[in-house]
Design a protein around this ligand. Structure first.
Ligand SMILES: NC(=O)c1ccc[n+]([C@@H]2O[C@H](COP(=O)([O-])OP(=O)(O)OC[C@H]3O[C@@H](n4cnc5c(N)ncnc54)[C@H](O)[C@@H]3O)[C@@H](O)[C@H]2O)c1
Length: 423
């Protein structure tokens, strides 16, 4: 089939496999499916063009199908060169007719060429995951800015960058911090990153976690998830932090908290999830054990100082296993870097399970629908998702899992809204 949508993908012959996997993921996305059915009936995006820069995975494909059912004209590019699933990209183009620009392992120039190609749709709305598309719009594609009414940002790092843009008066339209909804970061960042990061470590190394020391750098929502899952598999977990409250929280959860300089000497597996740079660096590589495994699950590939590692090592054995590079140090120690220091759960595994992305992408879909009407009334800057959307997604997800809540009695409702009653 030769689609009449613009695209740049690796291999069209993978389309059927991609479609099967997309449909399989959809089975675990009941909330998004309901929203798609609603959109198909109401067509809220008729005449709306959307450029999206997201991980090109089966779950994202289901978000694209949802927006498409609502009448949107779409262009999708990848938010990370390693996370693109080439079969998903092929299916998006050839099975669903979604304009897609994504090839796994594309180089930096190709990555930005794809962002620019997606922007060529002249978007009214943008979906970003890490703020690279919004950044490109404001630096290289300023001519498109007037047409953009608003957008959504998916991840912690992207929201931080947007706040910095807003603080500098650079952000030209309203961006909604989808990451900050409860139904996103409390579940996607925690349970999604927790499970899929360890899944990636296993797929890459098949290491046994029981009895190992796992060092988790950063005890935010992602770090909590990784630490909980590692402990659940029998690892002794060490946490490194810079925030005293987070450090205290980790301590009271029963983890050892110490500076990375100490943790580096005892760790078997290191996971960085801080959103910060140079968390693992030369002084740490110097003292790590032979066979130490390290990976990053934070958004950008800046958390592990790979340049210094390359300079310190005497040899590099690439891809000794799937997404595993071995660095040989002068004293013979072998250090194992996974997924080139990029988001390991997307580079060496498949990213978050569909069941958790069901919530994040339902937040995205409903926020985009709300933005169609609401954008005109919002100032340029970073805004929150309306609570009503967050609660709606939680309610639908809970119902889809067969759980039900209590309802307040009239007396309880009155009690909670009054101040007269004391002890
Ligand atoms: N892998 C994924 O699929 C995935 C999913 C969601 C978010 N993310 C990314 O993961 C990163 C973390 O997200 P989050 O939601 O947990 O953020 P968060 O802000 O909740 O947590 C980050 C934590 O790192 C700590 N920190 C900062 N610098 C540190 C340092 N030098 N050493 C130790 N700790 C440090 C902070 O104090 C904070 O507690 C972000 O880059 C985010 O975009 C990745």
């Amino acid at each position: 089939m030769s689609p009449d949508v613009r695209h740049d993908i690796a291999d069209a012959s993978l389309a059927e496999r991609g479609r099967k996997r997309i449909e399989f993921a959809e089975r675990s996305m009941p909330v998004l499916r309901q929203i798609r059915e609603r959109f198909a009936a109401t067509r809220p995006f008729e005449g709306v063009r959307i450029a999206a820069c997201m991980h090109v995975t089966t779950e994202t494909a289901n978000l694209m199908r949802t927006l498409q059912a609502g009448g949107a004209e779409l262009a999708l590019c990848a938010s990370n060169p390693l996370s693109t699933q080439d079969d998903t990209a092929a299916a998006l183009v050839h099975e669903y007719g979604v304009s897609t620009f994504a090839r796994n392992a594309v180089d930096r120039d190709g990555y930005y060429a794809h962002i620019n190609a997606a922007l060529d749709v002249r978007p009214h709305q943008v979906f970003d995951d890490g703020c690279d598309l919004v950044n490109t719009l404001h630096t290289e594609r300023k001519e498109l800015l007037d047409g953009v009414k608003g957008g959504c940002e998916e991840t912690t790092t992207g929201v931080i960058r947007l706040h910095q843009m807003a603080r500098d008066g650079a952000l030209r339209f309203p961006m909604i911090a989808v990451n900050d909804t409860d139904t996103k970061h409390m579940f996607d960042n925690r349970y999604g990153t927790g499970q899929s990061t360890l899944d990636a470590v296993f797929r890459a190394t098949n290491t046994l976690l029981a009895g190992k020391v796992v060092v988790v750098a950063g005890y935010g929502f992602c770090g909590k998830g990784v630490a909980e899952r590692a402990r659940g598999m029998g690892a002794s977990v060490v946490v490194t932090e810079i925030d005293p409250t987070k450090g205290l929280d980790a301590t009271m959860q029963g983890y050892r908290v110490m500076p990375m300089a100490e943790a580096a000497e005892i760790g078997d597996v290191f996971i960085t999830v801080t959103g910060n740079r140079d968390v693992l660096r030369g002084e740490h590589f110097e003292v790590m054990k032979d066979g130490a495994i390290f990976a990053n699950s934070g958004h950008f590939d800046i958390e592990i100082d790979i340049k210094t590692l390359e300079g310190m090592s005497v040899a590099r054995n690439e891809k000794i296993r799937h997404q595993t590079d071995e660095y040989v140090m002068a004293d013979g120690r072998r250090l194992l870097l996974l997924a080139e220091g990029r988001l390991v759960n997307l580079g060496a595994a498949e990213g978050h399970p569909a069941a958790v992305m069901d919530m994040s992408f339902s937040d995205q879909a409903l926020t985009a629908q709300w933005l169609v009407q609401a954008a005109a009334g919002l100032e340029p800057g970073v805004h929150e998702v309306p609570t009503v959307i967050d609660k709606e997604v939680a309610r639908l997800k809970l119902a889809s899992m067969g759980m039900a809540l209590d309802e307040l009695t009239p007396a309880q409702e009155k009690y909670l809204s009054s101040w007269e009653h004391g002890s």
